[in-house]
Structures are given as C-alpha cells and as structure tokens.
Write a protein that binds this ligand. Structure first.
Ligand code: PLP
Length: 423
C-alpha cells in the first residue's frame, strides 16, 4: 500500500481520477515525479486562472519573502494589505463606478459564503436564504444549506435549516419562467415561503453542470431582490476573476449585487485568499464579530496585487473572450462528430463544457484524456458534463492541443463502448 492509501483519509477524491504523484508545474503544464507532462484543463478548480507559478507573480512573492515581509498578521494593518486594497479599488472598483467595502474572512471560498450569509441575516434581521437548484457554495454548514448536491448535503450529517431552494434559470426546461414562481410566492402572503434575508446565486453554475443564467433572468432576479429588500449575493468564487471574460462574471449584466464573494483565483497564484465585498451601508459587523486566524494572508495579497495587472485595460479580457470562442468552436465540432450520442455545448468565456445525454461518458472521456496527458474534470449532478477550465493565459496552440486530446478521447471511449456491447 502506498503512502497515500495507508496514511491519507479516504475522503481524497481528485487523486482517484488522476493517479499520479505531481511534483512541479509551470503555466499550463503540471509534471509528475517521473517527469511526465500533463496539460492542465482543470486549473485548480478555478484557483489558477493565470496558470501555475506565473513568473511575474512568482518574482513579487520571492522578493517579498526574501525581504522578510510579514507572512501572518491576523487583521492588523500591513503594507501588503494596503497595496492590495488600493490597487483593487483603482483597477477593479473605481473604473466600474462600484463603491464597496472589503472584508477578509478566513481564506477559503466557503468562509466568504458563510460571512456573506451571516452579514445578510444581520442586515435584514431575517433567517432564511434562497439558493438555487444545482448551486454550489462550499462544504461548511451554511454553504451546504444553499448547495443543491444531495451527496454533499448528506455529508453534513445534520439538517440544513434556514434555506429555501428555488429553480435556477432553465431548470424546468423550455419556456418555463422559473423566476415567475419565485416572484409569485414572494407576492403571496399565503405561499408559505417567508421573505428571505438573501438570495445567493452563481451567474454560471460551475460545479452544478455549467448552467448559464441569462442576463435578463439575472436582472429580473436583482430587481425582485430590490423590491423585497432581499440581499442579492453573487458568489463569484469560481466564475469571477476573469473566467467568463471580464473580472466579475456580472460585468456585462448591468446589476449591482449587495454582496459579492470572491476567492479561488483572487491571489492569482493558488495561495488561499477570500474577500466579501459589501456596499458601505451594509458594513454592519461589529469589530471581531466575524473573525478567523488566517484572514488576509499577506503573501497572497502580494500575488493578488500583481495579478490585477491583467485587468488594466481590455487586452487580456479580449483575449479571454477569443479563446473562449476557440473552445466553443472546438467543442461544437467534437459534439457534431459523435455517433449515437448527443452532447450539448454549455458555458461562457473560458468555462465551457459538453453535457452528454449518456451520463457515464463525461467521466470516461476525462479518464481517457488523462492517459493522453490532459487533466480535465466533470461537473453536474451525475457528473455528466465534461468541464473545461484551462488557464486564461494559455496559448491558442495549446488550447487546440487540449481540444484534439478530448476529440481523440471521446472517439476512443465511444469505439470501446461499441466493442463492449458487441462482445
Ligand atoms: N462557491 C463556489 C461557486 C465554488 O465553486 C466553490 C468551490 O468550488 C466554493 C464556493 C467553495 O470554495 P472553497 O472550496 O474554497 O471553500
């Protein structure tokens, strides 16, 4: 039995899909201990939007460590934190005319979500929070209460109260207006649904199967929240930080969330960092009312500050949109060439996927792709969606290489399946 099997908990999961021992990584590539190179279409589940060990970020980090810059500081003031707050304000908030205060909870996405839910409850004095079908917000109890996945919810081992689930855009298929239902129950004092403290939404549900909410639906949802005094929380932990082509996933939607959660690629380097942005009038926590030992990790501030350079001007954003187009075209071609199965193209920007009508296929294709040196994961309630999350910084040529591997893997799997049936 190897070290991991004998010493690490059974809860480990990605290592089961990718049975390698990884050792080093650069850009779009990750190498195992035997020196084998893998093209990374996973990007740390969205935590590595600028690839592995980006040279500019690495330089700043090394300089900071070499000069004995503060590593741990709880929430005392540091020069690294000040530099991040100023740069974030200048590069992201001010150009958008956004006025928000920034809170640093513990360094993971679920810490940001927990803080946002507590804050919304404190602001409104109400208890319930509305989440959406197939939403994913993290593994702690509050986040799980607004997460859809049955297996993850069951892991809580306790009931997950104070949350209501509403149908996401498109959940009921065809022309059914899912928001119409939410609106009707809010408007009806006999509906049995209390006015919630907050609504928490991903504009594109990444873990839940790459379900894209339409801009119109999101605008109507924001209007509905405003009408009922409900805090409108956007969880941009996975699809923010540029994944859909602009820094915030809602930049082009024309909405102004009350609260925004960011984490994953915020540090740009895979270092843990999370923020909750709130409108100044919602900044109501008393000092220390929500805290945590690892709030605002200084080395992460250093790389996060440098990563904001990507968002000065529109060049990077335009590149992301173009590469997203390449991904969409490539996947459509793969889907059109598959015999006997149908695969629906989903996604926005550089988060794209294929939803197969045969749920086992996505996992089989991901496994076959691994044998050809590509890391790619699955999403959706039945893992039926092949989910592409390459680094935003990837070269077009490497993007094409990954798409070719997916094409080959899909054909290999389907031909294998045919052989199995005829045997
Ligand atoms: N919210 C969203 C949208 C996520 O995708 C995730 C993680 O995948 C989380 C919250 C939880 O983040 P973390 O795993 O860092 O706690």
């Amino acid at each position: 039995m190897n070290t991991f099997e004998s010493l690490e908990s059974e809860v480990r999961s990605y290592c089961r899909t990718w049975p390698a021992v990884f050792d080093r990584a650069q850009g779009d590539s990750i190498y195992d201990v035997d020196g084998r190179q893998y093209l990374d279409f996973f990007s740390g589940a969205g935590a590595l939007n600028y690839g592995h060990n980006h040279p500019a970020l690495k330089r700043k980090l090394i300089e900071y460590i070499e000069r004995d810059g503060i590593t741990h500081s709880l929430d005392t003031h540091t020069s690294a934190k000040r530099a991040f707050l100023d740069r974030f304000d200048e590069t992201i908030l001010q150009p958008r005319g956004m006025r928000y205060k920034t809170m640093f909870p513990g360094p993971t996405g679920t810490n940001a979500v927990e803080s946002a839910l507590k804050l919304a409850r404190k602001i409104t004095g109400r208890e319930t929070v509305v989440g959406f079908t197939n939403g994913f917000h993290g593994m702690t109890l509050g986040s799980l209460s607004v997460t859809g996945n049955a297996m993850k919810r069951a892991g809580a081992g306790v009931s997950l109260p104070n949350a209501t689930c509403m149908p996401f855009d498109g959940y009921l298929g065809g022309e059914t207006d899912t928001l119409g239902y939410f609106e009707a129950v809010l408007d009806d004092s006999g509906s049995g649904v209390d006015t919630p403290a907050a609504v928490i939404i991903e504009t594109v549900q990444a873990e839940g199967g790459i379900n894209v909410a339409s801009f119109d639906w999101l605008r109507r949802l924001a209007d509905l929240c405003a009408r009922f005094g409900i805090m409108f929380i956007v969880d941009d932990i996975q699809v923010g930080c540029g994944r859909t082509g602009s820094f915030f996933s809602f930049d082009k939607v024309g909405i102004e969330p009350d609260i925004i959660c960011l984490s994953k690629s915020l540090s740009g380097y895979g270092l843990p960092l999370a923020t909750v942005l709130m409108k100044p009038e919602h900044d109501v926590f008393s000092p220390g009312e929500h805290n945590g030992t690892f709030r605002g990790h200084n080395p992460a501030f250093v790389t996060a500050t440098e990563a904001l350079s990507f968002w000065e001007g529109d060049t990077f954003s335009d590149e992301v949109l173009l590469k997203g187009q390449t991904m969409g075209d490539g996947l459509r071609e793969i889907a059109d060439g598959l015999d006997g199965v149908s695969a629906e193209l989903r996604g926005r920007g550089m988060l794209k996927g294929l939803a197969f009508d045969r749920p086992d296929l996505a996992g089989l294709v991901a496994r076959a792709a691994f044998t050809h040196g590509l890391l790619i994961e699955t999403a959706g309630p039945d893992d039926e969606v092949l989910k592409l999350l390459p680094p935003l910084t990837i070269e077009e040529e490497r993007l094409e290489t990954g798409l070719e591997i997916i094409h080959a893997a899909a054909h290999e799997v389907l031909e294998g399946a045919v052989e199995e049936v005829s045997r």
